[in-house]
Ligand binder design. Structure first.
Ligand SMILES: O=c1ccn([C@@H]2O[C@H](COP(=O)(O)O)[C@@H](O)[C@H]2O)c(=O)[nH]1
Ligand SMILES: [Zn+2]
Ligand SMILES: [Zn+2]
Length: 633
């Protein structure tokens, strides 16, 4: 982090020595249990949101996409050697979260090329592929074209630009036979998302399950040994907004006993839910923090075409747990949430017998990421953050919460010079703030990491003070329409943990300073680090590495900056500024006296939520590079 003690600079992107001594894996800080391999195994990613570099400031999530390319290749070989099947699966939301995906126009132009280097077997679409028309066409023309039959969008269509007819972005289903003879019917089902661009159509799950193609797939004359339902859809039902239960009921109506395996996402948590004795559901977190593992056994000649190893592979632990105790189903399961770091990947790749983890395909992907990051100037330093600021690990509005800082940033930077003397509220949604800010250099990459969306500042001029001043409270009482639509937020907040703060940073900084292996530091070897502490339908033993819990505090759905008010006198009217993403929420509260005709750009269409924070940091005294409390020790 030398860039923090000089003039505006550049943090070198250092790739570290990646080898890890087996002895460095300590019982309290890394994985301690080999994975249970079954007859059918899944490696699962979801909600990667462009974090393909991994977490540069958190060693515990410090593996990059190249490391995952290597690991997934190794696992495929391992599965082959063991005589079992492995499916590598992704469940969407590929951008809006990091510079590698969001510093290009359109988003994803570069990061998709890197993402594509993993040999996925099945993929599905996320809501972040559908907010904007150009991104939705990218899903059609690039993602779907590249992955072909493997990209499943069972309920998502797009308007074909030539024929002006609706067509599915990917395929509705995939019927295939695995290497070891399992006959799989797979679907990819997005939750009932309503915020999509109008050149796309999301067919509600309840409608989808009545469609002829779906009924035909269920009544397919070919045998089906297992249904695999991918979905950008929370793993469990209840109040989460997940439509998996609808799909489950529809399949069960025709196939009472056939196993159904769900792989979900969207609510950014680790979770595993049991649906019935032969049906479970896995969700694998977010932002390249988690690699999900699911394995199952119980296939034999009476219930499948499986011709691999029965009852399960030798020389490794096997799944043993029934989804429901004492049920007669033959299927047994295991699930595990792996922390996204080299220590973990090396441990599970069993590298001790050939000494070296890396494969050329992984190293090539890593080199590509480094090159792209340099091309995009993602390590350029805009300022220096004097302390950690987090989203939910500290009370909202406390001095270590990110929101007071962002309110100040909104107040200081969202200014239309010709209206700057008119008091203003600048309102945005807390959901637009995607990650904590860490002490140390604030890079171009961090701009996207904290606030990745290109949401434009709109305004309604001169709203009576009485109405304007009650707006934030009313919005928070009403809740975000996104939240109402999805119903996932409360579940997310119950279970989700935000990433740990200074602890990991200390580790990461040490690496940068000494150019040492990032995975071996004194601190890591002796402590249990803060992180995920997951509780799911199988209990509390799903986290591959044990962590201590991170505090969690509720946050409201909206926050605001305030500026232009004169001390001692009350304003008569206020400019109400808000981001386009929440326009309908704001108009709903303002009532029938206001409509979209009253709304226009406050600055222009180019100044977005990506821009206000870096501008503030670059101009703020407290964030200047070289400030005494802002250098990295
Ligand atoms: O333009 C946008 C688009 C989205 N958001 C926020 O993102 C979440 C959805 O993110 P997931 O990763 O799918 O959970 C949405 O609810 C908004 O809070 C935004 O702020 N601006
Ligand atoms: Zn997501
Ligand atoms: Zn999502």
């Amino acid at each position: 982090c030398s860039g923090c003690s000089g003039s505006v600079g550049h943090v070198e992107h250092v790739r570290h020595v990646k080898r890890m001594q087996p002895g460095a894996i300590n019982a309290t800080t890394g994985p301690t249990r080999a994975l249970e391999w079954g007859q059918l195994n899944f490696l699962h990613t979801t909600d990667t949101h462009g974090w393909l570099e991994g977490h540069l400031k958190e060693a515990n999530y410090g593996a990059d996409w190249g490391d995952f390319v290597t690991l997934s290749t190794r696992f495929k070989h391992q599965a082959g050697n063991m005589g079992v099947d492995l499916l590598v699966v992704d469940t969407g939301d590929l951008h809006d979260g990091a510079g590698l995906s969001d510093a290009t126009t359109p988003d994803g132009e570069i990061s998709l090329k890197v993402f594509d280097q993993v040999e996925y077997d099945l993929l599905t679409i996320g809501n972040h592929e559908l907010y904007l028309a150009d991104i939705a066409y990218q899903a059609l023309n690039e993602i779907s074209t590249y992955w072909g039959d493997k990209y499943l969008t069972s309920n998502v269509q797009i308007l074909d630009q030539q024929s002006v007819e609706w067509q599915y972005i990917g395929k509705t289903q995939r019927y295939f036979t695995t290497q070891h003879g399992l006959r799989v019917m797979a679907f990819g089902v997005l939750f009932d998302f309503t915020g999509n661009t109008n050149i796309t159509k999301v067919i509600p799950a309840k409608t989808m399950v009545t469609q002829q193609w779906f009924l035909d797939a269920l009544n397919c004359p070919e045998p089906v040994d297992i249904f695999v339902v991918l979905g950008h859809n929370p793993a469990r039902g209840g109040n989460t907004g997940s439509t998996f239960p609808t799909v489950f009921d529809a399949i069960r109506a025709v196939h009472p006993d056939t196993p159904i395996q769900f792989l979900g996402g969207h609510s950014h948590i680790r979770d595993f839910a049991v649906f019935d004795p032969s049906s479970t559901s896995l969700e694998s977190g977010r932002y390249c923090e988690t690699l999900g593992w699911l394995s199952m056994s119980g296939f034999d000649a009476t219930n499948s075409g499986f011709a691999g190893i029965t009852p399960g592979p030798a020389g490794v632990p096997n799944p043993t747990r029934k989804a429901i105790q004492n049920a007669t189903s033959p299927f047994v399961y295991s699930r595990r949430y792996l922390d996204w770091n080299r220590r973990t990947f090396e441990y599970h790749a069993a590298t001790w017998y050939d000494q070296s983890f890396d494969y050329n395909n992984g190293l090539a992907a890593t080199a590509e990421i480094t090159r792209y990051r340099q091309q995009l100037n993602l390590s350029d330093v805009y300022g220096c953050v004097p302390q950690d600021y987090c989203i939910s690990c500290t009370p909202f509005n406390s001095s270590s919460s990110i929101f007071p800082l962002l309110s100040e940033a909104l107040a200081g930077t969202v200014v239309n010079e010709s209206r700057k003397d008119i008091p203003r509220y600048i309102i945005t949604n807390t959901g637009s703030v995607r990650f904590d800010m860490y002490k140390g250099p604030f890079t171009y990459d961090d701009q996207f990491i904290v606030s990745p969306f290109r949401d434009i500042f709109l305004y309604i001029p001169e709203v009576p003070y009485a109405l304007a001043s009650s707006l934030l409270g009313s919005l928070n009482n009403a809740g975000a329409s996104q939240k109402r639509n999805l119903g996932v937020m409360s579940a997310e907040r119950d279970i989700c943990v935000d990433p740990p703060l200074g602890h990991f940073l200390e580790v990461r900084r040490e690496e940068h300073h000494h150019h040492m292996s990032p995975r071996i530091t004194r601190r890591q070897v002796v402590d249990i680090l803060p992180g995920y502490t997951t509780s799911d339908d199988f209990g509390r033993d799903g986290d591959d590495t044990a962590h201590s819990e991170i505090p969690y505090y509720e946050i409201p759905d909206f926050f605001q900056g305030e500026a232009g008010f004169s001390e001692g006198s009350q304003a008569d009217v206020v400019d109400v500024i808000f981001v386009d993403f929440i326009e309908s929420d704001v108009l709903a509260i303002l009532g029938s006296n206001y409509s979209s005709d009253d709304v226009s750009y406050y600055i222009n269409s180019d100044f977005t939520t990506q821009d206000y924070l870096p501008l503030y940091i670059a101009n703020s005294e407290a964030f200047q590079i070289g400030m005494p409390n802002c250098t990295v020790a």
